[in-house]
Design a protein around this ligand. Structure first.
Ligand code: SF4
Length: 243
């Protein structure tokens, strides 16, 4: 794999005056095959504290990758109110292990308020509306405070992500989107976690290869599509934050 060290000249080359779809595509072409560490170096040098790292807390790779480069970096957690206890514990373990600042993005309505207004268990009747209120809108509000966001999305996660760039212009949110792990496979994830002895969400070794909210995440049989346990049987594959 080619690696690109973002030295001073390279950083100048990779820092257009204006960020838009075209300039992001140019940067993506230069960074697409760089290592995650070099992409993180570039992101930190370019955006500094104006970037936020999205943390699903399925693993703690991004909190480690950026926390070790940018002390106090904001790590955004979509606190839907429906997470597994193990996911919340992984978030807390990451906060204790790395010099990061957890930013909990919360919906306007608590679960009890949503139940009162829309009926109990909206996720079972209208998961798109539930995701819109508990993930999509809180994310949009939170991203308004930054110039770039970093996600742990990978091309192998889903067919909808198979051509996902490393750097792109996120027109929906009006900022640069950086996916430093885009080209990673499952072995890359394993290797990084083992090398750095990172806190892990224990559910990943209990049959949950893709972890979201508890009511919408089921165990997956060995060898099955890792995301087949998300919104199983509901014809839904994405919560709406990456598309
Ligand atoms: S994943 Fe399920 S519980 Fe979580 S916000 Fe979406 S529909 Fe609601």
């Amino acid at each position: 794999m080619t690696t690109i060290l973002p030295g001073a000249a390279m950083l100048t080359l990779l820092n257009p005056k204006e960020w838009n779809a075209e300039t992001c595509a140019e940067v993506n072409a230069r960074l697409e095959h760089a290592s995650a560490g070099h992409i993180a170096d570039w992101a930190v040098a370019t955006f500094g504290q104006d970037l936020v790292v999205a943390g699903s807390m399925q693993d703690t790779i991004l909190p480690h990758l950026f926390g070790t480069r940018l002390e106090g970096v904001d790590v955004l957690f979509l606190e839907t109110g429906y997470h597994f206890a193990e996911t919340l514990a992984t978030r807390d373990a990451a906060a204790a292990a790395f010099p990061i600042t957890i930013v909990n993005a919360e919906p306007e309505l608590s679960v009890a308020e949503q139940d009162a207004q829309y009926g109990k268990d909206l996720f079972a009747r209208d998961p798109n509306l539930c995701c819109q209120m508990r993930k999509v809108e809180p994310l949009k509000r939170a991203l308004g405070n930054y110039r770039a966001w970093v996600t742990g999305a990978r091309r192998v996660d889903a067919i909808t992500r198979s051509e996902m760039p490393v750097v792109s212009w996120d027109a929906k949110h009006g900022l640069v989107k950086i996916n430093p792990l885009a080209l990673w496979d499952d072995q890359s994830v394993e290797d990084y976690q083992a090398t750095h002895d990172l806190p892990r969400n224990p559910l990943t070794s209990q049959g949950y290869p893709s972890i979201g909210c508890a009511p919408c995440t089921q165990k997956v049989a060995p060898g099955a599509d890792p995301r087949s346990g998300r919104w199983a049987g509901q014809g839904k594959t994405e919560c709406g934050i990456h598309v």
